[in-house]
Design a protein around this ligand. Structure first.
Ligand SMILES: [Cu+2]
Length: 268
């Protein structure tokens, strides 16, 4: 115990990850079970039966669709010849994911989150977000995670991957996973959108995380839609971030259990 505090005192950022699987995360778990401080003055919301780790902060919803106009860059088939394992893992062509236009003219893999306006504290879930290296691609390609929430990095391939996170606000990391089934736990301490990941072995591999300090985020699906639930009443800046086209923002004001639609449109 003494040793642990000493290390924490001395080391700051660099060594914290070594201790992440110790008692620290369990403390967070207990806090996560308590209602959000923001709603302390109001009566506790009726117990959500199968409550997830995130506290039920409010009951407003912001949802929307990301449409796309113009022409997308031509999809390029990825050449995986450099690694026989990767090449053999696919019987059909695999395409780049920089701009993913859905059949209904919307965009997939846009990270949508509340950029400004969230008050209160939202303890990081202790359940990890998983990023899997499978078929020499990252799954998912774009994902959200809370600051302080564990990120489980998995190698499902029988080949070497080297996952290299390139944040600007958080600590960079660079981890070789030479064997199938390897798992590494990491986390980001600060909010940052986006954080890019690359593989130093396979140049075509790329992924992006949106790191936020609350649970109000989503990634658009193959219908181009998103939904952000359990928002307390307030005025919020909603940002939609796309890998090639960058961010767009809109402001929305919601009250009570209102549902509002915030649509975005990106142009190729
Ligand atoms: Cu790789």
């Amino acid at each position: 115990m003494f040793q642990r505090s000493l290390v924490l005192l001395l080391a700051g950022v660099a060594t914290v990850s070594l201790l992440a699987c110790g008692g620290k995360e369990e403390d967070l778990d207990e806090e996560a079970a308590a209602p959000a401080k923001a709603s302390a003055s109001a009566p506790a919301p009726a117990a959500v039966p199968a409550a997830a780790a995130a506290p039920a902060a409010g009951s407003a919803t912001v949802s929307g669709k990301i449409s796309f106009t113009g022409s997308a860059p031509a999809k390029e088939a990825i050449k995986m010849d450099a690694d026989a394992y990767c090449k053999a893992a696919h019987s059909a062509p695999v395409y780049t994911q920089e701009v993913e236009v859905n059949p209904n003219g919307t965009l997939k893999d846009v990270f949508v989150y509340v950029k400004e306006g969230v008050t209160g504290t939202y303890p990081a879930p202790t359940t990890p977000v998983v990023i899997d290296q499978q078929g020499c691609q990252y799954h998912p390609h774009v994902f959200g995670i809370q600051a302080g929430q564990p990120l489980k990095i998995v190698n499902s391939d029988g080949t070497l991957h080297n996952i290299h996170a390139l944040p600007k606000q958080n600590a960079e990391f660079n981890i070789g996973q030479p064997f199938k089934g390897m798992e590494t736990m990491k986390k980001f301490d600060k909010p940052e959108v986006p954080v890019r990941f690359k593989c130093d072995v396979h140049k075509w591999m790329g992924a992006y995380a949106g790191v936020v300090n609350h649970p109000f985020y989503a990634v658009t699906n193959d219908q181009g839609t998103f939904e952000i639930k359990n928002l307390p009443p307030g005025t919020y800046v909603i940002e939609a971030w796309q890998e090639k086209y960058g961010p767009q923002t809109q402001t929305v004001t919601i009250s009570g259990s209102e549902s509002k639609t915030v649509d975005f449109s990106f142009k190729g």
